[in-house]
Design a protein around this ligand. Structure first.
Ligand code: IMP
Ligand code: MG
Length: 179
């Protein structure tokens, strides 16, 4: 981890705060329609999804609960190692529940593939994925993503929860880091 976070070294704003906010609202409305009458369990994947999840949840108008899981696959670099570790597990039972995984970004798909395999063994009533960002060019393993905020090119991005070495999560937009 960096000892401090420098001033944003952002090359380009890829998605503005306004665009994020209006898309997150749309996703919340769509999820509320799709799960009407079915109490939802949102599972946020820490740490990257926490800001997206907090905003998304405020646009979900049906009953829902929230749980967190913490996975680590990058170990501080900018490329997935393929080795996923579970650092924190759910605190309540997901069996028989309508489960929606909330991710910040799907890149190689390795993290999500691991998580979906793991959650399937706990027999949820349904299991779907909502991701803010999707980098389809980088996919190494196919993963079924039901809700996508934005498809983005293969660039390393930060902001709105996403980090580089624990920095830049607090930016209200998605930016491309200067390298
Ligand atoms: P995957 O296993 O390669 O799909 O990686 C998924 C995880 O890697 C995400 O949940 C993020 O935490 C992280 N990640 C992937 N791409 C980026 C990026 O461009 N910026 C920041 N984090 C990323
Ligand atoms: Mg993540």
């Amino acid at each position: 981890m960096r000892s401090h976070c420098a001033e944003p070294e952002i090359k380009e704003i890829l998605i503005s705060r306004e665009k994020i906010q209006s898309r997150v609202r749309e996703l919340g409305e769509e999820i509320s329609r799709d799960y009407a009458g079915k109490p939802l369990m949102l599972i946020g994947v820490l740490k990257g999804s926490f800001i997206f999840l907090a905003d998304l949840m405020r646009h979900i108008t049906i009953p829902c609960s929230v749980e967190f899981i913490c996975l680590s696959s990058y170990e501080g670099g900018t490329e997935s190692t393929g080795i996923v570790r579970m650092l924190l597990d759910l605190r309540s039972d997901s069996s028989g529940r309508e489960v929606l995984i909330v991710e910040d970004i799907v890149d190689s798909g390795l993290t999500l593939n691991y998580l979906m395999d793991n959650l399937r063994t706990r027999h949820p009533a349904s299991l779907e994925v909502c991701t803010l960002l999707n980098k389809p060019e980088e996919r190494k393993i196919p993963v079924p993503v039901k809700y996508t905020g934005f498809e983005i090119p293969n660039k390393f991005v930060v902001g709105y929860g996403l980090d580089f070495q624990e920095c830049y999560r607090n930016l209200s937009y998605i930016g491309v880091l200067k390298v």
